[in-house]
Design a protein around this ligand. Sequence first.
Ligand code: NAP
Length: 311
Amino acid sequence: MRAVGITRFGGPEVLEIVELPPPLPGPGQVLIRVAAATVNPADTVLRAGRHGPPAAGMAAPYVPGMELAGVIDAVGPGAPWQAGDRVMAIVSPSAPGGGAQAELVVVPGDSVARVPAGISLTAAATLPMNGLTARLALDLLALRPGQTLAVTGAAGAVGGYAIQLAVHAGLDVIADAAPADAELVRGLGAAVVVQRGPQLAAAIREAVPAGVDALLDAAVMGQPVLPAIRDGGQVAAVRPFSGQAKRSITVTLVLVGDYLHAGDKLAGLAGLVAAGVLTLRVAAELPARQAAQAHRLLAAGGVRGRIVLTF
Ligand SMILES: NC(=O)c1ccc[n+]([C@@H]2O[C@H](COP(=O)([O-])OP(=O)(O)OC[C@H]3O[C@@H](n4cnc5c(N)ncnc54)[C@H](OP(=O)(O)O)[C@@H]3O)[C@@H](O)[C@H]2O)c1
């Protein structure tokens, strides 16, 4: 079976299509025939070799990709799924079989949720990893309705889902955007949109003089966001947070791997897609052999919605 493979670390040009033995599902696992798998910032980190192999002792070629959608091809003993089910899944590239960007992928049955009727597999592939990241961030922040959440990187995948989930939970959302994205971010539900950039914290303070209760830093701005937050407030960081928080502000690192087996939460997100609460955004659909082009587009910035590789 074909997969996107990384045999040496480097720029987008190292991505190639490799031929791998077809995997088989073990107990509790399902084999998915992949229709679509997204390209995320984490894939570019893996490709560049910033953290080395996905798992200690793992041999190349490494297969990137953290989310997919497709049709179940075979079911291992005890997995509560059936061949033919249309599903989406969160995938760990450090799992023995590698990541999501392959024709056939084995995942645990509890990493999977059904794709709602009327939603394409291409669109569905954009939900699991970033939707669960936003879900986990909000679960960790545990804010009450009426509290205020600021979101940086609001036009992005994590930011967008976070805004929609937060608004659905009754939070007041203030979000950043470049002028060209202000309408998009307002459309996602942010009550207040402020200009992104170095003056962000001051702009948030101007809009919310007491400071926000919490901030989800999907743009990985780090220390400069802290003045936006009230004393005793919270930061949810999606990469290790640079800088020291003061004024009793707590910083929590969100690691979506903690929700790798949260198929129930993924099903909850899928339900919110069906209900029109969450918007799936596809920026471009490319055949898997154009994975390098997908990485170049992502690195260039300005991509709104996810780039999806098709198999
Ligand atoms: N810890 C975890 O478990 C986890 C899980 C998922 C994602 N992540 C991380 O979360 C981050 C966001 O992921 P994503 O998929 O949402 O990425 P994305 O779709 O590319 O969105 C990031 C957004 O932030 C904007 N941005 C970049 N630099 C900025 C800055 N200095 N100020 C304001 N906005 C800025 C980008 O705009 P431009 O396109 O114009 O640059 C883009 O709109 C990534 O670093 C990703 O690796 C972590």
